[in-house]
Design a protein around this ligand. Structure first.
Ligand code: KIV
Length: 257
């Protein structure tokens, strides 16, 4: 079984997937040592590394640079990288951006934000052999237009999220991040899909959990309420990251809401 198939099979085994963001070699090495399943080079780096107030200024070159650093620190880890703002505005651009992330930086899975409108891009990437992680719910690249809001609050919105999730899976997505989705809706989507869902601020019924590393380490200026610091009780950074991995796998984080 290849590495991706092994990771995906954790859903059917009821083994939670752990994911943290990584932006450099030193932290990537610690995350990998602690057994984090998925390292995400998130465009959240625009905020937590570059000091911007959104992910919009992040460029493809930034993503390639940070992915190279992460790959150097964790050569064996499964590495996912975001397609940053406007790099999926056409099929050609999306394919070219994915190609650069994979060939220049050793990225193994491409994450793309968006609803059913990105289905043609997900299908094209998949056809070219690119593993894709879709991303629904709160979409940080759309925050200027839509704001930072919990998704799926009305029955209509919940139905659309489920339809989007099914369409993205049918197009070939191998994983789905659900960001700030109402926990009952995230649970329903998780049950309906055969691919793993990775939740952030979406309750404890998803197949895995992802957090921004700087939130886990209590470094963010405005940490979201669902992302507590794990760097407490005299823990070292390594202990804090290992505690996140432990708590997710044991079903202790996040707690039932
Ligand atoms: O960019 C990022 O870090 C993300 C996670 C919050 C899922 O997309």
């Amino acid at each position: 079984m290849n590495k991706l198939a092994k990771l995906l099979s954790q859903k059917s085994q009821g083994k939670k997937l752990t994911c943290l963001t990584a932006y450099d070699a030193s932290f990537a090495r610690v995350l990998d040592d602690c057994g984090v399943d998925l390292l995400l080079v998130g465009d959240s780096l625009g905020m937590v590394v570059q000091g911007h107030n959104s992910t919009v200024p992040v460029t493809l070159d930034d993503m390639i640079y940070h992915s190279i650093l992460v790959r150097r620190g964790a050569p064996q880890a499964w590495m996912i990288a975001d397609l940053p703002f406007m790099t999926a505005s056409s099929l050609t651009l999306a394919l070219d951006s994915a190609q650069q992330l994979m060939q220049k930086a050793g990225v193994q899975m491409i994450k793309i934000e968006g609803d059913q409108s990105v289905v043609p891009i997900v299908a094209a990437l998949t056809q070219q052999g690119v593993p894709v992680c879709a991303h629904l719910g709160l979409l940080p690249q759309q925050a200027l237009r839509l704001g930072y809001k919990t998704a799926g609050k009305t029955s209509q919105a919940a139905e659309k999220l489920l339809a989007d999730a099914l369409a993205l899976e049918a197009a070939g997505a191998s994983m789905l991040v659900l960001e700030c989705v109402m926990p009952d809706v995230a649970a329903k989507i998780t049950q309906a899909l055969s691919i793993p869902t990775i939740g952030i601020g979406s309750g404890n019924q998803t197949d895995g959990q992802v957090l921004v590393l700087h939130d886990v380490l209590g470094l963010s200026a405005y940490p979201p309420s669902f992302a507590p610091s794990f760097l407490v009780n005299g823990r070292t950074i390594r202990d804090a990251i290992c505690a996140f991995v432990h708590d997710v796998r044991a079903g202790q984080f996040p707690s039932a809401s």
